[in-house]
Write a protein that binds this ligand. Structure first.
Ligand code: GRF
Length: 204
């Protein structure tokens, strides 16, 4: 089977990027890592792994459209078949999302549709839930609302701090993201009419 060309977009730490690299999936070729922040720690991880890095600093662009166009040109230069958002902290324009329809995925640190947006672990603790986790989903224009593909669940303990809970969720993120990329590489996963399908069965 041919290798799947992916490009990973980051803004910071890059622990999910590290997990994708560590998975060493024989079906996956990480063509490039792109960061919108020049000092993202994840850039060191990519360099260490010998993966080409690109910096497209959003502060150097007049507006969202021109930034997204530059981003799109860069991704397409690497002929990415799948675009992987891994802690990429920018809202993307509908045109950009449309261009990558069905081949743009994100990981969000909650069991969507619960706790969209930021500070999800704090939100979970404040809500008093006993279960929390992470969701990999196809990206659609509405924030954190795309078709879910895979969720990883962790318990929430009564005395948990935000940091403890975040770490527990992160560990599960590092398992589910490489798994989803592998399914995509095996051509078992696709998006149709806003629903994700695995082995031709809708995921809900
Ligand atoms: C993760 O919690 C991910 O779910 C969220 O941003 C964080 C990125 O962490 N989208 P890292 O940069 O992969 O370490």
């Amino acid at each position: 089977m041919e290798k799947l060309a992916i490009v990973v977009l980051i803004s910071g730490r890059g622990s999910n990027l590290q997990a994708i690299i560590d998975a060493a999936d024989p079906l996956v070729d990480i063509r490039a890592v792109i960061s919108n922040r020049p000092h993202a720690q994840g850039l060191h991880i990519a360099t260490q792994a010998g993966i080409p890095c690109e910096i497209i600093d959003h502060t150097q662009f007049a507006n969202r459209d021109t930034f997204d166009t530059a981003l799109q040109n860069c991704i397409d230069h690497y002929q990415a078949q799948l675009v992987v958002l891994a802690g990429f902290m920018r809202i993307l324009t509908p045109d950009f999302i449309q261009h990558y329809a069905g081949r743009l995925i994100n990981i969000h640190p909650s069991l969507l549709p619960a706790f969209k947006g930021l500070h999800t672990h704090r939100q979970a603790l404040q809500a008093g839930v006993t279960e929390h986790g992470a969701t990999v989903h196809f990206v659609t224009p509405e924030l954190d609302s795309g078709a879910p593909i895979l969720q990883g669940r962790v318990p929430v303990y009564p005395d948990d701090t935000e940091e403890q809970l975040a770490q527990r969720v992160l560990d599960i993120e590092h398992q589910i993201y490489p798994q989803v990329i592998h399914w995509f590489a095996e051509q078992r996963l696709y998006l149709q009419a806003q629903t994700a399908y695995l082995d031709n069965k809708p995921i809900n």
